[in-house]
Design a binder for this molecule. Structure first.
Ligand code: MG
Length: 158
């Protein structure tokens, strides 16, 4: 088995879509980034790449590369999963937490889990998602940004 950890932060700004875990969430602010800025999917990809010892998403999908401007992060996740499969591993389980003061995210988790599971070719039951606030403290508390942390466990395919 192999374990990986991923962490990401994106800034909240007006006039951007809020996309988390591949799902568009109605909100007054959205996440700023070169891609669709899907903070959870980015942390997930870093966890997967970490588990197979292949660096991070900045290395594979540089934010200066025009090919990735505005790209759907699920497309990038599909490419990362290809690397996982080629390395001889499959998803054991994934556990993720999104840190946001607003909006409330829990109601979107079933949709996020099926969107991520579909791309990763695993059962949604292997993906657990959680949300928390930081009690109005720090940058998430001031609603300046949203943070995500993900750990994954991969199993070797025999
Ligand atoms: Mg990111």
């Amino acid at each position: 088995m192999r374990i990986g950890i991923g962490y990401d932060v994106h800034r909240l700004v007006p006039d951007r879509k809020l996309i988390i875990g591949g799902v568009e969430i109605p909100h007054t602010l959205g996440l700023l980034g070169h891609s669709d800025a899907d903070v959870l999917t980015h942390a997930l990809m870093d966890a997967l790449l970490g588990a197979i010892g292949q660096g991070d998403i900045g290395q594979w999908f540089p934010d200066r590369d025009p090919r990735y401007a505005g790209i759907d992060s699920l497309i990038l996740l599909e490419q990362v999963m290809k690397k996982v499969t080629e390395a001889g591993y499959r998803i054991g389980n994934i556990d993720g937490v999104v840190i946001a003061q607003r909006p409330k995210l829990g109601g979107y988790f079933p949709e996020m889990r099926s969107a991520l599971a579909r791309v990763m070719g695993c059962e949604p039951e292997r993906i657990n998602l959680k949300a928390t606030t930081e009690e109005k403290l720090g940058f998430t508390g001031r609603e300046e940004g949203i943070e995500a942390e993900v750990v994954c466990l991969l199993e070797e395919v025999h």
